[in-house]
Design a binder for this molecule. Structure first.
Ligand SMILES: [Zn+2]
Ligand SMILES: [Zn+2]
Length: 345
């Protein structure tokens, strides 16, 4: 089959046409790939941070059509349109597996990161993390929801914030532009925070029911930002929650600085450096930090239904396997916004 490969770290992808089609195993679904999103973690895989065996097929935001079913798989038929999270092969023996929190099993393979992913004509999906795609959702729009959408949706849930509270989405990249919209339709008052104008313009021009109530550029400074928050939200002394979707360390400090007392920081970004937290953030603000990550399959299904019902806008730029290396270059571009998707044809 045709497939992109990471053959060497810190090098462009290689396109090969003689890669073996994966063998379907018990509990697995062989999927004829239709699209694969490009996610920040793919950059980390290419840099070797996820320890990919070489070669590895990249791609962990994978969607397509069921081509074959492994032993024991029920609920799917050949030809079904499906999407899958990146996890595969939990051990079924450890404490996490027994608790059905399979995402946290140390033995899981991560498609595209430390095992073959979906930037190929076929990929393997684990039935435990595979769902049917709503008919109304095109493959290209569905792919970015398989990691970016799922992560930011579950992260918003993890904040356990009452409706009507003020939620800031910090970092309006692939996750953030979806996060703003999910937070809005989930009933929050939403602040979009980014230092780049392209993504802020993107979310500002969404229909009002999906657009943020306030857009903040941190270069304006903390004091001015707090004034604008107070002016926009009836004298609020800060935001009730920040969902930090960026790796930029200054964004974490800015997030803490604009949070009100008794607020929640959801840690979603993947900075390689540790993030410093001053004790006053906890002692004086009574703030808490919670993890943001992908949830179970049920949360994926729920998020897809919400995305269709609320007509969530997925901003994409499409590539093919043939010009995927142009995508790697474009990803470094300052004006980059939304999500990049590789169409598999
Ligand atoms: Zn396990
Ligand atoms: Zn991802």
């Amino acid at each position: 089959m045709k497939a992109l490969l990471i053959e060497e770290v810190n090098k462009p992808y290689t396109l090969r046409t003689d890669v073996a089609v994966p063998k379907v195993k018990p509990g697995m679904i062989l999927v004829c790939s239709k699209a694969a999103g490009f996610c920040h973690t793919d950059v980390m895989a290419l840099a070797g941070h996820t320890n990919p065996p070489l070669p590895t097929v990249p791609g962990h935001e994978n969607v397509g059509v069921v081509a074959a079913l492994g032993e024991g798989v029920t609920g799917f038929n050949i030809g079904d349109r499906v999407g899958a999270y990146l996890y595969r092969n939990p051990c079924h023996e450890c404490r996490e597996c027994k608790n059905k929190t399979y995402n946290y099993c140390d033995k899981v393979t991560l498609a595209g990161l430390n095992g073959d992913g979906g930037m190929a004509e076929y990929f393997l999906a684990d039935a435990l993390w595979t769902v049917h795609l709503p008919d109304a959702l095109a493959f290209e729009k569905a792919a970015p929801l398989m990691c970016a959408g799922g992560t930011v949706y579950q992260s918003i849930l993890n904040a356990k914030l009452d409706k009507g509270k003020i939620m800031a989405i910090v970092g309006i990249g692939g996750l953030g532009h979806l996060g703003v919209q999910f937070a809005k339709v989930m009933g929050y008052r939403v602040v979009a925070v980014d230092t780049r104008s392209a993504p802020l313009d993107l979310v500002s021009h969404l229909p009002p029911r999906l657009a943020p109530d306030l857009v903040i550029n941190p270069t304006d400074g903390v004091d001015k930002t707090l004034e604008r928050i107070a002016a926009t939200f009836d004298g609020a002394t800060g935001v009730d929650c920040t969902v930090v979707c960026t790796d930029a360390l200054p964004a974490f400090q800015f997030s803490m600085d604009i949070m009100a007392k008794h607020s929640v920081l959801v840690f979603v970004g993947l900075p390689l450096e540790p993030v410093p937290f001053h004790f006053s953030f906890f002692l004086n603000k009574d703030a808490i930090v919670v993890a943001g990550a992908l949830g179970p399959k049920e949360s994926l299904q729920e998020m897809l239904e919400l995305a269709v019902k609320e007509d969530i806008h997925v901003e994409i730029k499409e590539y093919t396997m043939e010009n995927a290396n142009q995508m790697l270059k474009d990803y470094e571009n300052e004006g980059m916004k939304g999500k990049f998707v590789v169409r598999i044809e």
